[in-house]
Design a protein. Structure first.
Length: 257
């Protein structure tokens, strides 16, 4: 839990970073703010995930402001290195660029891998899970044992399970993860959206539709992108339910041989 005073300081840092998204210096400025605060990995993840999303939404993705070489460079102070890593890897996640995200983490200096924070390791797991690679499940379990109920980290893992359609028991694992206290609030439309997809894959269509309808009610006005995702999921669930209830009959013609 972030103390109220620090939470306000983090909000100010986030506001400064998003005030002028076209300014290419904001990632460096944000790193300086987090360094001055001596932010830990949880605080950095909380700010960087939101800032990377806002920058992307305004057409100024951090992928165009930082280079992979800056993210993997040796010699940066730890807070700046972590800030750049959190920003850039989060932006790759939002663009679903799983192979690139995996490759970038594997380019980090060898000494950085044992010391990677749980959020960075979750992003690595996301890259593997999103490609339905089974080693992502092992890494996910390691991260879950470390990260506790850090919501941003759990969201990354939930996203990976949702994306990895060919994972062993992926839908069941997604539902189990969504039941953790940090995610099981009943008020998060993104969690409900991912849960609905898992329920559809398990053939639990009515439960999936109920989750979608709940998410649509909770969605903030004007959130067109997520609204479109929810409507698309609802259409997929209805189509899958109809096929299940009324399987197409196969017509055979001609003379059997």
């Amino acid at each position: 839990m972030i103390r109220p005073g620090r939470a306000l300081t983090l909000l100010r840092a986030k506001a400064r970073a998003t005030a002028h998204p076209a300014d290419p210096s904001w990632p460096v400025r944000l790193a300086g703010d987090l360094r001055e605060l001596d932010a830990d990995w949880r605080e950095s993840a909380q700010v960087c995930a939101d800032v990377a999303w806002t920058a992307r939404a305004t057409g100024h993705s951090v992928l165009g402001l930082l280079s992979p070489d800056q993210v993997t460079a040796a010699g940066l102070d730890p807070v700046t290195a972590r800030t750049f890593r959190h920003l850039y890897l989060s932006a790759l996640r939002y663009d679903f660029r799983c192979p690139t995200l995996q490759a970038l983490i594997e380019r980090l200096p060898d000494r950085a891998h044992p010391a990677l924070d749980s959020y960075s390791r979750a992003l690595y797991a996301f890259a593997l899970l999103g490609q339905s690679r089974p080693e992502g499940l092992d890494l996910m379990d390691e991260v879950l044992a470390e990260a506790g109920e850090h919501a941003k980290t759990l969201h990354v893992l939930l996203h990976g399970l949702w994306l990895g359609q060919d994972l062993d028991q992926g839908a069941e694992r997604l539902l189990a993860l969504s039941a953790r206290p940090a995610l099981n609030t009943g008020t998060d439309p993104i969690v409900l959206f991912r849960v609905a997809g898992a329920l559809r894959r398990l053939g639990r269509y009515d439960e999936g539709l109920a989750a979608i309808d709940r998410a649509l009610d909770l969605l903030p006005p004007g959130d067109f992108a997520v609204h479109a995702d929810l409507v698309r999921e609802r259409s997929l669930t209805c189509a899958a339910r109809d096929i299940h209830q009324h399987p197409p009959t196969r017509a055979f013609g001609g003379t059997p041989t």
